[in-house]
Design a protein around this ligand. Structure first.
Ligand code: ZN
Length: 473
């Protein structure tokens, strides 16, 4: 019985709380209406004028609503006059109140809260900030997340301008930079890959109603991104007096090595996960190992296939980590070798074209032995032709087990790494290749990690989660 009464009493309190809060919100709204009345043009404003006026005042309204809710809900915390020290339990008197403004996506929220300081422990605290989950700094996590979302799409300057226009919050491009750095620093591949459950869900969608297990392609490749050396750091550009003494540097193009797992659904590609970084091939191998160890690759429910070019390091990692995977040498990469031979041997002639087409067809039909034999029998017409023929022969011989294109086609495997090339474009190039932008290695890697998180569907996960804390005793 007692239990029922308690619940009923709680309900009554909740009801009363809400009724009073509504009252306060109405009062707040009334004050906002006064502002609106003053701001609206006289007479009969156009829709555009009405919209512009409300737009300019909207955060006073939404921020005000948030502020009213906070004040009403936590008025006891705000009026608290004493508190036991969390360490030594000595009773501490309230100091202040100390004002603090925090910015959220709905606008400015002003807080006035007591401060408690223990002389013995030399520690102070704002209990209201703790129960509210207010973070250090003026801008709160929702602002940070939205700002980083934009900054990972367009240059910082543009992001700052657009963000101000669209959100009504002024966030400088430097701040955008800092936010991005804060969230992306030290982000590792396992933090941006989707969960096994999520990947299983994508696999199941494609597998539905099919006899064969879906093909999961692993593409490994590099993309060149604009970089600047560490030596360019030196003094900051703002220090004009010292500008002449800044270290001289030359921009350079560095390879962002990456891998992408994607599913094939007929002609359609279904993205699973990507990881691209300016890194050594060993680091790429370690990242791939971490993905495998995380157990997110459903090797039993898919047919895994790896497509790559001739780079030896790619196949070294594949052999070590996914020895069961079907291996394919990028057909279009092969074609480049054959076209080089054709040009060197026959020049820009019809014969060159015919030879290349016939040879590519043989390769397409899986007759790599014939192609290699043909290369061996060719009579080189020049030094250059000899070199091209030799290169091509060595290349096809090294990778002959990866050129069974007929078998690959019948199995529904891809012949080229188009899926990887598009990842290079939409993850690396779209954001990093901007005129005048040259990236330090860590900045480019942080940007790449966040863009991978975005495409992997884990962007929201990389932000620290809100953890509401219990009110101080
Ligand atoms: Zn104390």
């Amino acid at each position: 019985m007692g239990c029922v009464e308690v619940i009923a009493l709680d309900e009554v309190h909740a009801r009363q709380h809400w009724t009073t809060l509504r009252q306060r919100l109405h009062e707040r709204f009334d004050r906002w209406l006064d502002q609106l009345e003053t701001a609206l043009p006289e007479g009969e404003p156009t829709l555009g004028q009405v919209s512009a006026t409300i737009w300019a005042l909207r955060q006073q309204l939404t921020g005000g609503v948030a502020e009213t809710i906070v004040h009403h809900t936590y008025h006891e915390e705000q009026d608290r006059s004493q508190m036991p020290c969390p360490t030594c339990a000595r009773l501490l008197p309230a100091r202040g109140p100390v004002p603090r403004g925090v910015e959220t996506m709905v606008g400015l929220v002003e807080l006035e809260r007591p401060y408690f300081y223990c002389q013995g422990c030399r520690a102070g605290s704002y209990p209201l900030d703790e129960v509210l989950g207010v973070r250090a700094g003026r801008m709160q996590p929702d602002v940070q997340q939205a700002a980083v979302d934009l900054a990972t799409e367009v240059p910082y300057e543009t992001a700052a301008r657009l963000f101000g226009q669209l959100s009504g919050l002024a966030v400088s491009s430097e701040r955008m930079h800092t936010f991005t750095h804060q969230v992306a620093e030290g982000l590792s591949v396992v933090e941006v890959v989707p969960s096994r459950e999520e990947i299983d869900r994508r696999v199941a969608q494609i597998a539905a109603g099919r006899l064969r297990r879906p093909v999961l392609v692993l593409g490994i490749d590099g993309a060149y991104v604009p970089s600047r050396p560490e030596s360019a750091r030196g003094r900051r550009p703002g220090q004009a007096r010292h500008r002449a003494r800044r270290a001289r540097w030359r921009h350079e193009w560095r390879e962002a090595k990456g891998f992408r797992f994607y599913l094939l659904d007929g002609e359609r590609i279904v993205h699973v996960l990507s990881w691209h970084q300016v890194q050594t091939e060993e680091a790429l191998g370690e990242a791939l190992q971490q993905v495998k160890d995380a157990g997110v690759i459903p090797e039993e429910t898919v047919r895994l296939c790896v497509i790559g070019d001739g780079a030896e390091w790619i196949w070294k990692h594949v052999q070590a980590l996914f020895p069961q995977a079907r291996q394919g040498l990028d057909y279009y990469h092969c074609a480049e070798y054959l076209h080089k031979v054709a040009k060197a041997q026959y020049g820009d002639s019809l014969q060159a074209q015919e030879w290349a087409e016939a040879t590519l067809t043989r390769l397409y039909l899986g007759k790599v032995g014939q192609v290699r034999g043909g290369l061996r029998r060719m009579q080189p017409t020049s030094e250059e032709a000899l070199k091209a023929i030799d290169n091509c022969w060595v290349y096809l011989t090294d990778h002959r087990s990866r050129t069974h294109y007929q078998t690959l086609r019948r199995g529904g495997y891809p012949l080229g790494s188009g899926g990887m090339e598009s990842a290079n474009k939409f993850i690396c190039h779209v954001r990093l290749k901007r005129s005048g932008a040259w990236w330090y290695e860590d900045s480019s890697n942080q940007m790449l990690a966040l863009r991978c998180a975005k495409y992997n569907g884990t962007f929201v996960q990389v932000f620290p989660r809100d953890q509401p804390r219990k009110a101080g005793a």
